[in-house]
Design a protein around this ligand. Sequence first.
Ligand code: SF4
Length: 185
Amino acid sequence: MVGVVLVQNTTWTQAAKVVDVLEKNSSLNWQALRDIDDETMWQWLRPAGYFRVKARRLKFLAHFMAGFNDSLTSLFSLETTELRKQLLGVNGIGKESADSIVCYGANRDVFVVDTYTKRLFSRLGWVGQNASYDEIQLLIHNSRAKDKNIFNEFHALIVRHAKEHCLKRPNCEGCPVNFCSKVGI
Ligand code: SF4
């Protein structure tokens, strides 16, 4: 859950550096995150960028967890819709972040929509360029693949594809998605 906040607008490599620092300082727990002073937190969070915003968001998340006695078991005992709703109520936790926690943390059948997914799906012509998060997610949720293992694999493949071929400026040569209508854009 901490990683979900840290990785916002950066790479996992940068977010992981902060996770390591928190761990080394015995601060990868909700109580410590509530207690750490701002200056220390900013210093530790610098590698992940937007460190002031992320520090504030981690504090919000840690205070939210206090309502569950800092227990993930307690939080994850909520039914999926309620869990998502509660997470979305935390300042700084948007749909992608909430769904990442619901999917990877609570292990529920939820597909996480990210920038890579939006880009690929729109280039494939499956959704419009301005398609909403919910619209894209529904497309997958209404498909035959309703299993978290399939969702996870699909998501991992999309990320890989987006890094190897479907970059911001697409590298279409040799792209395995040979039915893409946007080849050559
Ligand atoms: S053909 Fe180009 S635009 Fe289409 S999916 Fe492949 S890399 Fe992306």
